[in-house]
Structures are given as structure tokens and as C-alpha cells.
Ligand binder design. Structure first.
Ligand code: FAD
Length: 431
């Protein structure tokens, strides 16, 4: 099996390493991560809400596969205890109208994730921790066993532990500097530098996976400076808060977790998740203008007090004033794409720029697994599984053809009148 170097040890990179290691020696897999603290990115600070079928058609198979992988993995590895895997019930407090809007766009526009809910809504019973106001209608918006909850930090850490046990090399904190080629101009190694010492190491490899979340575009530019294309993955920042309340404790957990969606005002749609371990998580304040820091840990100094205060006010309104204890404040960056769907793809060799040839799969290739937006935890295990199958040349467990680049620029005719050019990343430009 060809050696694979994965750039980025968030949940997507780690899950890819985990599934690769099931079919090749762990020692032929390398994870490279520059952040001094592991999972200080979106993967450690996300809500951890999982859905089976809240997705647009292009990602529907991947979403369903991933939900099933989460269920199986939790069953095999005691996920309930190790990463708080639990069934959940989704509730809308604001009767979010199903707008038919593109599911993936919701968080950019401050709309509610609940608009993508797949279940028929029905009147239900509120969880004990939810403070009800007179006249509030509680609408259940998920069908049985179609949503679940995890602690994403614990899940990410467990996946990494499994990788290390399988012999996967973790280079941390370290960064990839450049790609080297052999006499035939084929990619043959990657140079990794420790970020805390002057050590540089050449890792012989023919497979490279870019899974650096919102930093994926930077990684591609560093490694392939002559490439004409940019990786179209940008960032959408999100503040979050984790609290504890006497109204949500271990004894309440037997009834399962809840996901509560509300629309408080235009542009602010808080989502509140009760999680195993007596935690309540809230997010919903997002910003596309917050600059991406060099490292996820740099975000700690950029947490906005006004954003945290607003989340705290909302949580007090929903849970009740009494004894809400703040456990953690967070600011992290979702990797987002214009199309609203992630890339799970081999990057066409032609996009790598001059000087680089790549062996045909499965002997070699440069791959991209990034841009999961608000659904990276839910889709993590499915992504890892499918990426491993793609890299190892096995049959794919889900149809991800709509998440790939087209090989060559194409011409299409729109309505028989206007011409548009579609670049290899699927971006359309009017002629
Ligand atoms: C507030 C919030 C709440 C969310 N809630 C949910 C939820 O409930 N359910 C859900 O499914 N999803 C949720 N998400 C989305 C989810 O968190 C992301 O889609 C997912 O974590 C993306 O994972 P990733 O591994 O691609 O990226 P990341 O977690 O960002 O990991 C990328 C890694 O790449 C590293 N990196 C940076 N530069 C380099 C470099 N030069 N070389 C190598 N590596 C590099 C980074 O340090 C980082 O560790 C939420 C996101 C936010 C912001």
C-alpha cells in the first residue's frame, strides 16, 4: 500500500487515517498537525449534533452512511461512555417554517438548522431542563432514531487514540513545507518541519490528503505554488458556550439528549444541545468576516465578550436563571464552500500546476477532504470511510460523485442563451 500523508488532524483527517489503517499498516500513514493543542479547531468546539437525513441530494448518501457508521462505532467501542454518544430528539421552539432553502446555506444567513429537519412535525413533551413560557408550543421535528448527539472533542480524541494504537505516525506540532518529485517528476516525498524545533523530515509518500478544514486553501498554495487554481474553501466563524445547570444532570440523561432550535431574531438562530456529562451547549452567532487565525489556538484571544454575553443570555432564558455555570467559551472556524457541500475528491493532476506528476490511483494521488460547513461531525466517519476507499482503490460505500471536481474546464449552455464556463472546482463564470 502506498504511504499516505494527511495534512490536518481535525476530525476529518483523523477519521480518514482511522479508516485507512483498517486496510493498510498504520506505519504507512502520517498525520501532520501544526496546532500546539490538538482539536482546538471546529472539531473540538462543535455542538456534536448528528443527523441521518437532513441533507441536500448531493450529500444524502454520505450523510446516511456516516450516521450509520456513528451508530456502529459507538456500539463496538462503548461510545456512550467514551464520547457521550446518545440518541436525541430535535425540537423547534419557533415553528421554523420549512423554507426549501438550500440546507447548507442556513448558518451563513443566520437561519435555523431546523429548516432542514426531515421528520414530520408533531406536538411533543419538552425536556425537563427547558423552561417553558406560557403559550410556547414544543414541536418535535425529528423522527425516531434519525438524530443523535456526541461530544465531538471526546470522539476526535478517541479516533486519534485508535490511530496511534494502529501505528499511525502523528507529527505534532508540525507543518508541511514542500512536495518533492522523483526523476519522472512524480510526487515522491513531502518535507515536514517541526514548529517547535528546527527539525525537518522528508517522508517518502505518493498519496497526500489535504484535510486542513478552513486552512485547506493555504496548505494547497504552500505545497503547489505554481497551481493556477485555488481551493475554494473559506471560513465561517462561530462562537459557542458550554454550561452546566442543575436542571440537566446525569439522572436526566436516561431519557436521551435534546436538540432545541429557536429563531430569536433575524440573523440569530440559537441551537442548544443537551449532552451526556451534564453539559448544555449553545451556538448560533456566526461571522464570515472574522479573519481566520494562523492557528486554531490563536482564536482564544479573539473571543468577543458581546457574543458570549448574548449566548449566555439566551441560555439563561431557555434553561432558567438559576445556577448556570459556564464551563467553556469558544470561537472556531467552519470550513465552508460556495456550493454548500464538501469536497471528497482526488484533485485532478492538471490542477496541481507545473512540475508535478502523480501516479495513478491507488499508487498515488493528491486528495481533498474539506468544506463540511455545519455538518463535519455528522459526516466525519462517512467521509473517513469513503476517502480511505477512494485512496486505496476500493469500491465506494456512498455516491460522492457530486462532491468531486470535474476533470477539465467545461462549457455549458444555460437556457440556450447565456454561456457559462465551469472551472474544475464547479464554480460558474458568465462568458
Ligand atoms: C460553532 C460550531 C458548531 C458546530 N456544530 C456542529 C454540529 O453540531 N454537528 C456537526 O456535524 N458539525 C458541527 N460543526 C461543524 C464541524 O465542527 C466542522 O465541519 C468540522 O469540525 C470540520 O472538521 P475538519 O477536520 O475539516 O476541520 P478542523 O476541525 O478545523 O481541523 C482542521 C485541522 O487542520 C489543521 N491545520 C491548519 N493549518 C494546517 C497546515 N498548514 N497543515 C496541516 N494542518 C493544518 C488545523 O490546526 C486543524 O487542526 C460546527 C461548527 C461550528 C463552528
Amino acid at each position: 500500500m502506498a504511504t499516505t500523508v494527511i495534512l490536518g488532524a481535525g476530525i476529518i483527517g483523523t477519521s480518514t487515517a482511522y479508516y485507512l489503517s483498517k486496510h493498510q499498516p498504520g506505519s504507512s500513514i502520517h498525520l501532520v498537525e501544526p496546532s500546539p493543542e490538538l482539536f482546538a479547531s471546529a472539531s473540538g468546539y462543535a455542538g456534536g449534533f448528528l443527523a441521518k437525513d437532513w441533507f441536500s441530494p448531493a450529500v444524502a448518501e454520505l450523510g446516511a452512511l456516516s450516521f450509520e457508521e456513528h451508530r456502529k462505532f459507538a456500539e463496538q467501542e462503548d461510545g456512550a461512555r467514551k464520547w457521550g454518544y446518545s440518541r436525541s430528539t430535535s425540537i423547534s421552539l419557533s415553528q421554523a417554517a420549512k423554507s426549501g432553502k438550500r440546507v447548507d446555506v442556513w448558518c451563513r444567513e443566520g437561519a435555523s438548522r431546523a429548516e432542514a429537519a426531515s421528520g414530520e412535525s408533531s406536538v411533543g413533551i419538552a425536556p425537563a431542563w427547558l423552561r417553558r413560557k406560557k403559550g410556547d408550543a414544543v414541536e418535535i421535528i425529528s423522527d425516531d432514531d434519525t438524530v443523535a448527539q456526541v461530544d465531538p472533542l471526546q470522539l476526535s480524541q478517541f479516533l486519534l487514540q485508535k490511530c496511534i494504537e494502529a501505528g499511525v505516525h502523528l507529527h505534532h506540532p508540525a507543518k508541511a513545507l514542500s512536495v518533492q518529485t522523483d526523476m519522472r517528476d512524480e510526487i515522491s516525498s513531502i518535507c515536514i518541519a517541526s514548529t517547535t524545533s528546527s527539525t525537518e523530515t522528508d517522508i517518502p509518500c505518493t498519496n497526500i490528503v489535504i484535510a486542513a478544514g478552513a486552512w485547506s486553501s493555504q496548505v494547497f498554495k504552500t505545497l503547489f505554488p505554481s497551481a493556477e487554481f485555488e481551493i475554494p474553501v473559506s471560513s465561517l466563524a462561530g462562537h459557542s458556550l458550554v454550561v452546566k445547570s442543575p436542571r440537566w444532570t446525569q439522572e436526566h440523561e436516561k431519557d436521551g439528549c435534546h436538540a432545541v432550535f429557536m429563531t430569536s431574531e433575524p440573523g440569530y438562530s440559537p441551537e442548544i444541545f443537551s449532552r451526556v456529562g451534564g453539559q448544555i451547549y449553545i451556538a448560533g452567532l456566526n461571522s464570515a468576516t472574522e479573519p481566520l487565525p494562523d492557528l486554531p489556538t490563536d482564536a482564544k484571544g479573539k473571543i468577543r465578550k458581546d457574543a458570549i454575553d448574548r449566548l449566555r443570555d439566551t441560555v439563561k432564558e431557555v434553561v432558567g436563571e438559576d445556577d448556570v455555570e459556564v464551563v467553556r467559551e469558544g470561537l472556531c472556524f467552519r470550513p465552508v464552500t460556495e456550493k454548500g457541500t464538501p469536497f471528497l475528491s482526488r484533485i485532478p493532476d492538471i490542477c496541481l500546476g507545473l512540475y508535478y506528476d502523480v501516479r495513478p490511483a491507488p499508487a498515488g494521488g493528491v486528495y481533498l477532504a474539506a468544506g463540511h460547513g455545519p455538518w463535519g461531525i455528522s459526516m466525519s466517519l462517512g467521509t473517513g470511510k469513503v476517502m480511505a476507499e477512494m485512496i486505496q482503490g476500493r469500491k465506494l460505500s456512498a455516491d460522492v460523485s457530486k462532491l468531486a471536481y470535474s476533470i477539465m474546464p467545461e462549457w455549458t449552455v444555460d437556457d440556450g442563451e447565456d454561456y457559462v464556463t465551469v472551472d474544475p472546482f464547479g464554480n460558474e463564470y458568465p462568458e
